[in-house]
Design a protein around this ligand. Structure first.
Ligand SMILES: Cc1cc2nc3c(=O)[nH]c(=O)nc-3n(C[C@H](O)[C@H](O)[C@H](O)COP(=O)(O)O)c2cc1C
Length: 284
C-alpha cells in the first residue's frame, strides 16, 4: 500500500505528522509528505486529516458514519461487556452470513502490535465441527489415559494439572472424549455450530502474535454478542494442538501458531443476572 498526501488539498496544518506513530511525515514548503520507509500503514494520517488530503493507493479512506448520537457508557458496559457470557448450550440455527462477515471484519480491523496484521482465521462450520472435535479428542485421550491410574495422576499433578487430576474428573472426561470420537458428545465445543481458530506466524509474531489474536478474538466475540450470537473461548482445544503435527492436521500452516480458539452460535440459554467477580487491587 502507498500512502501519499495530495498537495492541492493539504493545508500543511501538521496534524498528520503529530499523529503518526512511526514519525515518517515531514513538513515541506507547501504540504506535508509521507516518507514510505518506516511507514507502518496504520492510516492515522488519513483518519486525522481535517481536509481529507491523504490517499491510499490513490483512494480516500472510508469515512466514519455521520454522527447518529453518542453511545451511552452503560450501553457498552452493562449491555455488552458485562453481559457477555461463555455460552455452552447452542441452538442448531446456522449463523447468519452477514453477521459472520461483520464478526470477521471486527477481527480484521482490530489493532495489532506495530500494525503488523499477522492474524488470520480458520473457520469450522457444520459437519466440520464434530470432525474437528474428534481430532482433538484423539489427541486429548492420550493425555487423559495417563491419569486413569494413580501414578499417572501424580504425574499430572507434578505437571501443574492438579485441577484435572481427580479420579472422577479424569474418568468422566475420558468417557466424554470417547463419545466425542463417535460424534455422541462434545465436551470441547459444546455443540456449537461454528468454531473460529485465530492464528499468527510463529517467527514474526513471537512477541505479540498471541496478544494480537486474543484482542481480535475478544472484539469478534463482542461483535457476535451485539448480534445475539454467543461464544466461548476454548483453551482445551488450544492446549490439545500444542504440536505442529496436530495443528497441520486441522489445516494450520506449518509456520503458524494458534492464538485463540472460540465457538460461535446462537445461545439456547438466557442469562438474567451479572456474575460475582473479585475486585482488582487498586493502588490509590
Ligand atoms: C483463556 C480462556 C480459556 C477458556 N477455555 C475454556 C474451555 O476450554 N472450555 C470452556 O467451556 N470454557 C472456557 N473458558 C471460559 C471460562 O470458563 C469463562 O470465561 C469463565 O468461567 C467466566 O464465565 P463467563 O465468560 O461466562 O463470564 C475459557 C476462558 C478463557 C479466558
Amino acid at each position: 500500500m502507498t500512502f501519499t498526501i495530495n498537495k492541492e488539498t493539504c493545508t500543511n496544518c501538521g496534524l498528520c505528522a503529530t499523529d503518526c506513530p512511526a514519525k515518517t511525515i515531514r513538513k515541506e514548503k507547501d504540504a506535508h509528505r509521507i516518507i514510505p520507509e518506516g511507514c507502518i500503514e496504520c492510516s492515522h494520517c488519513g483518519m486525522v486529516c481535517p481536509v481529507n488530503a491523504v490517499r491510499v493507493d490513490g483512494e480516500v479512506l472510508p469515512p466514519y458514519p455521520a454522527d447518529t448520537g453518542s453511545l451511552e457508557p452503560e450501553e457498552l458496559h452493562d449491555h455488552l461487556i458485562l453481559s457477555k457470557r461463555s455460552v455452552r448450550n447452542y441452538s442448531n440455527t446456522p449463523l447468519n452470513r452477514d453477521d459472520l462477515k461483520a464478526i470477521i471484519r471486527a477481527g480484521e480491523t482490530t489493532a495489532t502490535a506495530t500494525n503488523s496484521q499477522y492474524c488470520d482465521v480458520l473457520l469450522f462450520e457444520g459437519d466440520e465441527v464434530p470432525a474437528f472435535a474428534a481430532d482433538l479428542a484423539r489427541i486429548l485421550l492420550k493425555v487423559v489415559k495417563i491419569g486413569l491410574n494413580p501414578a499417572g495422576r501424580l504425574l499430572l499433578k507434578a505437571a501443574g494439572l492438579g485441577r484435572y487430576a481427580k479420579k472422577e474428573t479424569i474418568t468422566g472426561f475420558h468417557q466424554l472424549l470417547s463419545l466425542t470420537l463417535e460424534g455422541k458428545a462434545d465436551p470441547l465445543f459444546h455443540g456449537a455450530p461454528a468454531v473460529a481458530v485465530l492464528t499468527y506466524p510463529a517467527r514474526q509474531g513471537k512477541r505479540f502474535g498471541r496478544t494480537d489474536c486474543a484482542i481480535a478474538g475478544e472484539n469478534m466475540m463482542l461483535s457476535a454478542h451485539a448480534r445475539g450470537i454467543g461464544s466461548c473461548m476454548i483453551g482445551f482445544a488450544e492446549a490439545a494442538l500444542f504440536s505442529r503435527k496436530s495443528r497441520a492436521r486441522i489445516g494450520v500452516p506449518g509456520d503458524r501458531k494458534i492464538g485463540l480458539i472460540f465457538t460461535l452460535g446462537y445461545s439456547d440459554r438466557k442469562y438474567y443476572r451479572y456474575p460475582v467477580r473479585k475486585n482488582w487491587s487498586l493502588r490509590a
